[in-house]
Design a protein around this ligand. Structure first.
Ligand SMILES: [Zn+2]
Length: 686
């Protein structure tokens, strides 16, 4: 099974746009003919003038602004309008030069790779234009575009949020508004989360989006993005209802904006007319309904007696509220109960959008397995062929490993998805470990992996190596594993950027005041842990950080980037990329609940692991496994680059035994018909 060629539809993707530097001192501008869908930064980096500009502003942060507002790096190129000019601003980077330096290095690599791709394509591009395919291509592009929705959010907070920093990076405030994109059917909340630029306060449960400039309507976070399309909002907060709880029930109800699931908008409280004795004005309500109906492309039929029905609903609501109040053992004010109800309903609609992501992720999750021996339980996943990748620290205890041989029988269990365990299968792994490294690698990066080989030699699903992708700087990620050795679970969380790590750590400490001593003891008790924790907080080791409930036993879980955009049959779909392996966290036992809690968790980028695996396989002369890896690598541009780098690494050593290994790698490359492509890439990288 091979991954579909990601860019086999390039002929159908064709559009032109320009960019210019927004920094007055830098007079760079260029035109881009995009024939291969990707995120905007990727596409820009294919252009030489842009790369020159990037060299010029090295070390500075880049902000890309389109007609509507500032866009994220992962903005799909198909949403850039024909003949649109993107303005590129740069500003000094904030903190943590150490990791930023590394990132740049990696970005630099990508640029070079981009060059490669571009060169190969230029000829083809010319052809396409000549053949006058533009009309057809326009159609394809329209199709790609139609799966997305964009809307704008101002960088400054609105009502009850004016003094708050709604962006993670303060300095970005001047590039207002932000243009947000999302897939049809996503919720506004998940769109803002995946965007990655908003700070945590935006996701507090009373936050809403006020439409600007009208400021009459607002939408809640669980609204499906389709209704936000092409609108502009300000992040605002519901009015604090607590103080007003003793006021008349009716006005209180309309104040709080309690909603049923289908309801997307409601009159703003700021409009005094809308909170009359009868509740929100009927006129306003019908206007909103009309809007909703229009979105559904249905004919709107005005509801007769809507004023009276509203009144009846309001009267019933009081009863419901009393009933709900009686369900809570402690005295709760009306506003608190409403809040709890909103939370319940809010969660429900969030769960709704998660489903399609689950379906997408299903294939990936089947490759995840539980890894165990007598002393420990962890997680692993099928990498390729019959090889399992997991954490090296699962085998660090004394007596588990003698040399490179496991002295304890170790098994992997697939399909351990239900508590009842039907359909699962358990396989022994061979005692000889294929590769194992734990600690710091030759490039002084944190590394912690083991590759095990399953004892049976059957036909397995393709494994996750083919889905390898680079670590994004921001956005949502999934972690799939077996926390506490239980059945398979999946957690959705967001990357904590380097700049945010300290804030996230402090936030956790602040929320767990009673456990502070325990936390300090747990982390500080072990010198190595303490040092590593401090390094992570300073952004030094090249790891990915986040908060997840998956900690104990989930070591070795794949970390998945769900928002990577892939094009299948001309239609962009979110593909999944496996970007890292969950490795650990800084855990302690909570004083009150006695449950294990964790301050922050981290994963090691898959790139770090794979680079080490390749060198390890060469050094142990494991040619067979190396060739199987190479075979998979031919189908994935990121892995293709890793093989190129391996060849470059092997040549100057001049070791005769390497000559034979090199030769056999080249044979595999030639068999896949990519010899010329590889040669070109090596020349570029060297
Ligand atoms: Zn494009």
């Amino acid at each position: 099974m091979k991954m579909p060629e990601p860019h086999n539809n390039k002929e159908e993707h064709y559009h032109l746009f320009s960019f210019s530097s927004g920094d007055t001192a830098l007079k760079y501008n260029g035109e881009i003919t995009c024939t291969e869908p990707g995120n905007i930064l990727e596409v820009l980096k294919r252009n030489e003038i842009f790369r020159e500009l990037m060299d010029k502003v090295e070390g500075r942060e880049v902000v890309i602004v389109n007609q509507k507002g500032a866009i994220v790096e992962h903005f799909p190129c198909c949403l850039i309008k024909k003949d649109e000019t993107l303005v590129i601003y740069t500003l000094p980077k904030t903190e943590t030069p150490a990791i930023d330096g590394k990132r740049e290095l990696e970005q630099g690599k990508e640029v070079e790779q981009g060059k490669e791709v571009e060169q190969g394509k230029e000829v083809e591009q010319g052809k396409e234009v000549e053949q006058g395919k533009e009309v057809e291509q326009g159609k394809e592009l329209e199709q790609q575009k139609s799966t997305f929705v964009t809307f704008c959010v101002e960088a400054k907070g609105g009502k009850y949020m004016t003094g708050k920093e709604i962006l993670k990076k303060k300095k970005h405030k001047k590039y207002s508004p932000l243009c947000i994109y999302a897939k049809h059917g996503d919720t506004v909340k998940s769109a803002l989360e995946s965007d990655g630029r908003f700070s945590d306060i935006v996701f507090e449960k009373t936050c809403i989006l006020h439409e600007v400039p009208q400021n009459r309507t607002h939408i809640v976070m669980s609204t499906v993005v389709n209704s936000a399309k092409d609108r502009k909002f300000q992040i605002a907060k519901m009015e604090q209802t607590r103080k007003k709880a003793s006021a008349t029930t009716k006005s209180n109800i309309s104040d709080t904006g309690f909603k049923s699931e289908g309801d997307t908008t409601q009159p703003s409280q700021s409009n005094p007319n809308s909170t009359s004795e009868e509740g929100p004005s009927v006129e306003n309500m019908t206007q909103e309904r009309q809007e909703i109906q229009a979105n559904k492309k249905q004919k709107y039929i005005p509801m007769p007696d809507s004023r009276e029905i509203l009144q009846i609903l309001h009267n019933q609501f009081k009863g419901l509220l009393d009933h709900m109040k009686s369900r809570y053992p402690q005295e709760k004010s009306e506003s608190e109960v409403i809040e709890l109800m909103r939370e319940e309903f809010g969660k429900k609609s969030e769960g709704f959008t998660e489903v399609y992501r689950l379906t997408e992720l299903a294939e990936v999750t089947t490759s995840v397995c539980k890894v165990e021996h007598e002393l420990i339980e962890g997680t692993g996943f099928l990498l390729f062929d019959n090889f399992i990748l997991t954490n090296g620290h699962l085998f660090k205890d004394e007596g588990v490993l003698v040399g490179k041989t496991l002295s304890l029988p170790t098994t992997v269990t697939f399909n351990f998805d239900t508590p009842h365990g039907s359909g699962q299968w358990k396989v022994n792994v061979k005692p000889e470990v294929v590769a194992l490294q734990y600690g710091v690698d030759r490039w002084k990066r944190q590394v912690d992996y083991a590759i095990l080989e399953m004892e049976i030699d059957e036909k397995f699903p393709p494994g996750l190596l083919q889905k390898y992708g680079p670590v994004p700087q921001t956005g949502g990620i999934y972690i799939v594993g077996h926390p506490d050795g239980g059945f398979k679970k999946m957690d959705y969380t967001t990357i904590i950027e380097v700049e945010q790590r300290n804030a996230a750590g402090s936030k956790h400490l602040g929320e767990n005041q009673s456990s502070i001593l325990l936390i300090k003891e747990s982390i500080g008790g072990n010198e190595l842990d303490k040092e590593f924790y401090e390094q992570i907080m300073q952004g030094k080791p090249d790891v990915l950080t986040y908060n997840t409930f998956c900690f104990n036993g989930a070591s070795g879980s794949p970390v998945i980037n769900p928002s990577h955009c892939q094009v299948i049959n001309g239609i962009p779909v979110y593909g999944c990329q496996v970007i890292a392996m969950h490795t650990g966290g800084f855990s302690y036992k909570c004083k009150e609940t006695h449950e294990t809690q964790s301050v922050i968790e981290y994963a090691i980028p898959l790139r770090t692991i794979l680079e080490n695996v390749l060198v390890y396989l060469v050094e142990t002369k494991n040619v067979q496994t190396l060739l199987k890896f190479t075979d998979v690598a031919m189908e994935n541009p990121h892995l293709f680059e890793l093989i190129a780098r391996l060849i470059i690494h092997m040549v100057p050593t001049g070791k005769p035994e390497y000559t034979d290994i090199s030769k056999r790698i080249w044979d595999t490359i030639s068999q896949s018909g990519k010899r010329d492509e590889m040669l070109q890439l090596i020349c570029k990288l060297n």
